[in-house]
Design a protein around this ligand. Structure first.
Ligand SMILES: [Cu+2]
Length: 184
């Protein structure tokens, strides 16, 4: 965010706060107790304007696709099916691919950008990556008929756990996979 944007945001925020203080001060100095309706309207309008400007300035900066300008060091294909993940270095397009991928143990290099290409063979699932310390580091949706890309750079070696984050049926909570991130 540029310095000018920050200044503009600050001035807008300061103006809204000053306006609210002034309205409160004015209403508290009125002789007869008046209804709070006009103040409420102003506060509401102020919030709408503030939220609108804030959304316009920040929405497009959300990290929907990280490392977009980098060429990933490795591409991993992910297919989900109730209630498991298959992860492979080769595309997973058929049941046979899925079965082969399911037995595969992928290794991911530490400190390099890798790309996951994630799809689902049945319903919507989540593909959430948990670091060895249990902290979630990245996630993307696994959707039937779509291939969603997730790029991530693993800075910490160790065993990562993949967990479904989208309720997908009775065994959803047990839907897990594991892979190892190794230093070179
Ligand atoms: Cu699930």
């Amino acid at each position: 965010m540029s310095q000018n944007t920050v200044l503009a945001l600050f001035l807008i925020g300061a103006f809204i706060i000053a306006a609210v203080f002034w309205l409160v001060w004015r209403s508290s100095h009125e002789a007869a107790p008046s209804s709070a309706e006009p103040l409420r309207r102003w506060v509401f309008l102020g919030l709408v304007v503030f939220a609108g400007i804030f959304t316009a300035l920040t929405l497009f900066r959300m990290p929907y696709f990280l490392y977009a300008d980098e060429i990933p060091a490795r591409v991993l294909h992910v297919a989900t099916r109730q209630f498991a993940f298959a992860i492979s270095e080769r595309p997973i397009e058929s049941d046979a691919d899925y079965a082969a991928a399911f037995a595969e143990k992928v290794q991911i290099p530490v400190g390099q950008v890798v790309e996951f290409r994630v799809t689902s063979f049945d319903v919507n699932h989540g593909f959430a990556l948990y670091a060895p310390n249990g902290r979630i580091v990245a996630q993307v949706q696994a959707m039937p008929g779509y291939m969603n890309r997730l790029r991530w750079r693993f800075d910490e070696p160790g065993e990562y756990v993949v967990q479904c984050l989208e309720y997908c049926g009775l065994a959803h909570a047990r839907m897990q996979a594991r892979f190892v991130v190794k230093g070179s």
